[in-house]
Design a protein around this ligand. Structure first.
Ligand code: SF4
Length: 428
């Protein structure tokens, strides 16, 4: 049996490129935003933010108000009187949690989510989670993580949440065969497509993390091979590796090239025959390329500027440059993990301007001077830039929309094309 050719690119692109490090004022969402997609993913979990009215407003506006379903997140508001004494805040938290669990017997896993206010008053949510877990075990497990804007940017909330789940993952059995663990929340439609693809490739033991049900955590150990589906899971990957798992080096499954490389890394690790890989992957890749061609016509030659927001910027820039023919003006990211992004950096066109962190005024000056055709940025920057005549794309949309895998490649391209098409229609 022949293993398929290594998926790693021969190019070195931006592997050793200099990076502009900026540590000034930031304009990014905090990690609480992750609750919006995580509560849909882990279907028996509840997210209780211990925060302020600002946190409650953020969640409500990001998620919309759920009218028909019982919501699975809420905010326990820290009132001013709570700021006076921690003892009171702890007692109040116990009271809120007890009432919530009595009212909602469907909750199997409760996350206490820290915020800026809970951090400022030094409310120890990990101890609160331990205390409450003892009180409600075995019916409900209670864990904590922080989504505070002091500690996290918006996708790091998912990293913190998944990292909190890792200690509860069972150990692999002693005689376990190698298994594949896909790490990072994916839309269910995308997860189902990958399940079918891995089955066609002949990789049988595949699990996804986070799981759809909190009591169905996958096992982890030295036989586990992890394939990151998202580039913002540094802490989760570190903890899984500490449990003995091996991370497979791969680009991220965005666009045709990224998805092919990502699947190739799994196929290589599981010694999948090259012919079998081609039979499963090539027809899908060709269909995706054909669908992309329509968007490429609208986007080729256009310039694009990425503000740091989601940590998806480097894979997105690689996709925009190589599959859509766009010109990269600057690729900013809140945190550039050279290890996890190695395959992506190698594919980025040499000479791309990379920046990590933010000094928002300086970056805005660079953006205004370049006047890119499209700017990918957070909500807070989009309106002022639009008012100055620049077309923008909210980076948060790239998290709320299924964009991974072959079937979604054209949808991802369309997200970039839409603001330009809208502008040209308005001009007409
Ligand atoms: Fe604002 Fe901090 Fe609450 Fe996030 S956690 S909404 S940054 S106060």
């Amino acid at each position: 049996m022949n293993a398929i050719a290594p998926a790693r690119p021969a190019e070195t692109g931006c592997s050793d490129a200099p990076v502009l490090y900026e540590r000034g004022q930031r304009e990014v969402f905090c990690g609480l935003t992750g609750i919006v997609w995580l509560h849909r993913k882990i279907q028996d979990a509840f997210f209780l933010v211990v925060g302020s009215r600002t946190c409650a407003h953020l969640l409500q506006s990001a998620a919309g108000v759920m009218i028909f379903a019982e919501p699975r997140f809420a905010t326990a508001i820290i009132e001013e009187r709570d700021l006076a004494g921690l003892a009171d805040a702890n007692a109040e938290l116990d009271r809120v949690v007890t009432r919530l669990i009595e009212r909602r017997p469907d909750i199997k896993l409760l996350f206490l989510v820290g915020s800026c206010p809970s951090e400022v008053i030094k409310l120890d949510l990990s101890r609160a989670a331990e205390r409450l877990s003892e009180a409600f075990a075995p019916k409900v497990r209670i864990l904590s993580w922080s989504g505070s804007g002091i500690e996290t940017t918006f996708t790091q909330g998912e990293d913190a949440c998944l990292a909190a789940l890792v200690p509860g993952m069972p150990d692999e059995t002693a005689a376990a065969a190698p298994s594949l663990l896909v790490v990072g929340a994916l839309a269910e439609v995308v997860e189902d497509q990958f399940v079918r693809l891995f089955a066609e490739l002949g990789i049988e033991r595949v699990r996804f993390f986070p799981p759809r049900r909190s009591d169905d955590l996958p096992a982890v150990g030295p036989q586990t091979r992890i394939l990151l589906a998202q580039p913002f899971l540094a802490e989760t990957a570190r903890l899984l590796e500490k449990r003995g798992a091996t991370r497979l080096a791969a680009p991220f499954p965005l666009g045709v090239e990224g998805t092919t490389g990502w699947l190739g890394a799994a196929a290589e690790a599981f010694w999948i025959d090259a012919a079998r890989f081609d039979a499963a992957v090539t027809p899908r890749a060709e269909r995706a390329r054909a669908a992309l061609a329509r968007q490429r016509e609208k986007l080729a030659g256009k310039s694009i500027f990425f503000f740091p927001d989601s940590q998806l910027e480097v894979p997105l820039a690689r996709f925009a440059a190589r599959e859509l023919g766009m010109r990269l003006v600057e690729v900013g990211t809140p945190y550039l993990h050279r290890g996890h992004l190695a395959a992506e950096l190698a594919l980025l066109p040499a000479g791309t301007a990379l920046s990590e962190g933010q000094d928002v005024d300086k970056q805005l000056d660079r953006c205004r001077a370049a006047r890119p055709d499209l700017t990918v940025c957070g909500l807070g920057l989009a309106n002022p830039l639009e008012a100055e005549g620049l077309a923008t794309k909210w980076s948060i949309e790239l998290l709320f929309t299924p964009v991974h895998g072959f079937e979604q490649a054209a949808d991802l391209a369309e997200l970039f094309a839409r603001p330009l098409v809208r502008r040209s229609r308005l001009r007409v």
